[in-house]
Design a protein around this ligand. Structure first.
Ligand code: UDP
Length: 236
């Protein structure tokens, strides 16, 4: 599988076309941003962690029946994926209060939620990815009712698989963000990445943060936290 031309460069990844019109290659960078791009930096080795961890999670989810864009890991930073059109929604699940949820609703970080909370944000950097609900999504034609039902069902399944897996390696899955894509034949599949950039991971016993909050909040030890997550899942 060879890269033909760069199609897109995002904050953390580049996307390339290949000779196969249905296959793209994603390349993970060490660049880190937070607060809608206001904070910029580098996390050494992050691209490798995010690539390998995402692929590990996608394979685990595929085994549990969740369709994903994953095809083949090409090297430490690059992966062949199915070509999709990204549904412009950040799909967020929260198991424990943290981050913007805690701020918006005045709930202490770390408070367990009685049921998982599903949120959607409309992916638009200029607008700062505003929170939207089903009505906004249907009214604006961002997704159909059927697509949204598929996305919600798949998302709760992803949450259950991830909760169980991370708990087994001593990590509490506080919340996470995933994205879905639509294949040329209209199938909704899990796309983008699953990594310490897109999930909040807390050590079950010490509640130590093992994710991008170490970068967002200048807590130090960012690289060590990403490396620790690799060890926990058995990839290092
Ligand atoms: N998240 C993400 N990309 C974003 C915004 C959030 O991956 O652009 C993830 C974030 O890592 C966390 C979850 O989504 O696991 C919920 O984030 P929150 O809304 O609390 O926003 P934050 O506090 O990160 O601004």
């Amino acid at each position: 599988m060879q890269k033909v031309s760069q199609l897109y460069e995002g904050k953390a990844k580049k996307v390339y076309s290949t000779e196969d019109p249905e296959v793209y290659i994603v390349s993970y960078k060490d660049d880190a941003t937070a607060f809608n791009g206001l904070k910029k930096g580098t996390i050494a080795g992050k691209g490798v962690v995010n690539n390998r961890m995402s692929n590990f999670m996608f394979k685990l989810l595929e085994k549990q029946g969740v369709p994903t864009h994953y095809i083949e890991e090409l090297n430490d930073r690059e992966t062949a994926v199915k070509k999709v059109t990204i549904v412009p929604l950040e799909v967020i699940v929260r198991n424990t209060a943290a981050g913007s949820f805690s701020k918006r609703l005045g709930v202490e970080e770390g408070k367990p939620l009685l049921t998982p909370v599903l949120e959607f944000c409309y992916k638009d950097d200029a607008l700062g990815d505003p929170l939207v609900n089903d009505y906004h999504i249907l009214a604006l034609g961002i997704a159909t009712r059927e697509e949204l039902d598929t996305i919600a069902a798949m998302t709760f399944q992803v949450n259950q698989v991830m909760l169980d897996f991370f708990r087994s390696v001593g990590v509490d899955l506080i919340d996470f963000k995933i994205e879905f894509g639509k294949t040329s034949d209209g199938q909704i599949i899990l796309a983008d990445e699953i990594s310490p950039d897109t999930c909040r991971f807390w050590d079950v016993n010490t509640h130590e943060k093992l994710d991008k909050d170490r970068f967002r909040r200048d807590l130090g030890g960012v690289e060590d936290a990403y490396a620790e997550m690799m060890r926990r899942i058995g990839l290092a």
